[in-house]
Design a protein around this ligand. Structure first.
Ligand SMILES: [Zn+2]
Length: 270
């Protein structure tokens, strides 16, 4: 009897292990209604640029996202479960699973809601159109636009060395790139205003070209045509670095104006 029991337990365990082995890749296991953020915007603004979460960990929470790279060495993009670094020269490098990220927003993205994208003259026009689509703007949204762009302006920033200066200062070094007649993906999130000081309020867009060679943080664009997919999220998980607050700077300060300037500014060299 004992032997039979043991055999049954062993068989069950093997089945369980077999089940684990046959599980799909990390992203589909993520909560499909939850957006996950690594660190908070105020910490990034004040110079928390050391990566603390690996790409492998981020992928456990989604297959779609954006953020900053370790030591602020470029913009971070997660698309179709692959992680990319958009360097300050605008070129793209695929990141290893071990690469560490200091700030990111990631989500499991399904093309739940789809609509065609008409010709639009600016990022603002795209955002106004999306605002008209979203049922509840107090919740979070992820947006994916597959687009043919008449033009796009995107930026990235160069790697920083400690002691890290605040992002508002570093952003003055941003390098802005302009491309015309290019196809690619806009990776976007819309965050409600009540979440400011924790994340970037309003829209935040990164770009990855269709050939995966160019990209960065989007400042403006003109859309010739495309398709839009978006998803609403009613749950928001924030994962904090152990080093939060160890720089001695008060992370509760009001940095809304600086965040707006850093995220939307078209200043810097061309
Ligand atoms: Zn960005």
């Amino acid at each position: 009897m004992q032997f039979v029991c043991r055999t049954i337990i062993l068989a069950s365990l093997m089945l369980l292990l077999a089940g684990c082995d046959s599980r799909p890749s990390a992203a589909p296991q993520a909560d499909r209604h939850r957006l996950t953020q690594f660190s908070i915007i105020n910490a990034l603004m004040l110079g928390h640029y050391d990566g603390f979460a690996s790409v492998a960990e981020l992928r456990r929470y989604g297959n779609f996202g954006l953020g900053a790279c370790d030591r602020l060495d470029g913009e971070f993009i997660l698309l179709d479960d692959k992680a990319y670094q958009a360097k300050s020269d605008g070129t793209i490098v695929e990141l290893s699973q071990a690469a560490k990220i200091p700030f990111a927003v990631v989500a499991a993205f399904d093309k739940i809601n789809e609509l065609p994208c008409p010709q639009l003259n600016s990022l603002e026009e795209l955002e106004t159109r999306l605002d008209g689509q979203f049922e509840n703007k107090e919740l979070f949204h992820a947006i994916r636009v597959e687009a043919k762009l008449a033009s796009i302006q995107f930026r990235s920033v160069p790697a920083q060395e400690p002691p890290f200066r605040p992002l508002a200062e570093v952003a003055k070094q941003q390098v802005v790139h302009t491309q015309k007649n290019i196809a690619g993906t806009l990776i976007g999130f819309r965050t409600p205003k009540w979440a400011d000081s924790l994340t970037v309020p309003g829209y935040h867009w990164h770009f990855l070209s269709a050939d995966r060679k160019l990209g960065g943080h989007v400042l403006n664009c003109e859309l010739a045509s495309g398709s839009i997919a978006y998803q609403q999220y009613g749950s928001w998980l924030v994962k904090l670095p152990d080093t939060l607050g160890t720089t001695g700077k008060d992370i509760s300060v009001d940095l809304r104006r600086e965040v707006e300037q850093v995220e939307r500014s078209r200043g810097g060299s061309q």
